[in-house]
Design a protein around this ligand. Structure first.
Ligand code: FPP
Length: 246
């Protein structure tokens, strides 16, 4: 039996977050440029989005470009931005066919203008889709996001629009870029690295982590389904004890 058949559809994670890692090493292993790894990584993105839409995962959030990635060599940054623009433009029709809505989080204003414009158009064109929301984390870092949320609340308090004692976890969450999404139940990181790398730090307080040695360009639906089967074997206690769960 394949992993897909082993998935209990009644207990699917509603939101899966992914750190797509290992593109550079995958390319280097074959004596190719790093950008070839990123291009190949797009094929994995397509396959995983299709897999999520197929089984009914409602939210998929992928770390496409971190704030820290701006520090990479300029040629690689440019190649990634061009790849992003090309992918957005080439894949909008497929997103529509799969009923997938495109969304983006991060410091979008810091991206090249063409990227901002094409992203906005693709988000608009897919805005009515309902099967799955694909969120690209772009120029994103969780600490940036948390500081931005704190600033917004501080401004509201200064303007006397909110009382400081009214600031709860729920109110704080409402100021984050993920406001309309549930927290991820499952986070997958490829390539054998065991780190969060400034990704969704607030939202992943109770997320189950799944690490695989597979490099991102080799990661396919079957690997996603394997991760979900593994997740479904875990007991999520949220600080309670086993006996309290049922
Ligand atoms: C990490 O691998 C990957 C990235 C920083 C970029 C991920 C981008 C893509 C898969 C393509 C663009 C995506 C979309 C949605 C258009 P790495 O470069 O850090 O690999 P390494 O650790 O082996 O060096």
């Amino acid at each position: 039996m394949g992993f897909k058949e082993q998935i209990d559809k009644s207990r699917l994670p509603e939101h899966i977050a992914i750190i797509m890692d290992g593109n550079g090493r995958w390319a280097k292993n074959q004596g190719k440029f790093r950008s070839f790894g990123h291009e190949s990584g797009v094929l994995s993105v397509k396959d995983i989005v299709e897999g999520c839409a197929d089984i009914g995962v409602k939210y998929l959030t992928i770390y496409a470009f971190s704030t820290e990635n701006w520090n990479r060599p300029i040629e690689e940054v440019n190649a990634l931005m061009e790849l992003l623009i090309a992918t957005i433009n080439n894949e909008t029709d497929t997103l529509n066919k799969n009923n997938v809505r495109l969304n983006a989080i991060g410091d979008i204003a810091s991206l090249p203008q063409k990227c901002i414009d094409d992203l906005k158009s693709a988000m608009e064109e897919t805005s009515k889709n309902t099967s799955c929301t694909l969120t690209l984390a772009l120029s994103y870092s969780a600490r940036w996001e948390i500081v931005e949320a704190a600033k917004k609340l501080a401004r509201q308090a200064l303007d006397q629009k909110i009382n400081i004692d009214e600031i709860t976890e729920k109110v704080f969450s409402s100021q984050l870029t993920t406001v309309d999404m549930p927290d991820p139940e499952l986070m997958i990181r490829t390539s054998g690295e065991h780190r969060i790398s400034n990704y969704l730090l607030w939202q992943m307080a109770y997320t189950e982590f799944y690490f695989t040695e597979t490099l991102w360009p080799d990661f396919r639906k079957e690997d996603l389904f394997e991760a979900i089967v593994d997740y479904q074997k875990r007991e999520r206690r949220f600080g309670k004890i086993s006996e309290q769960l049922n």
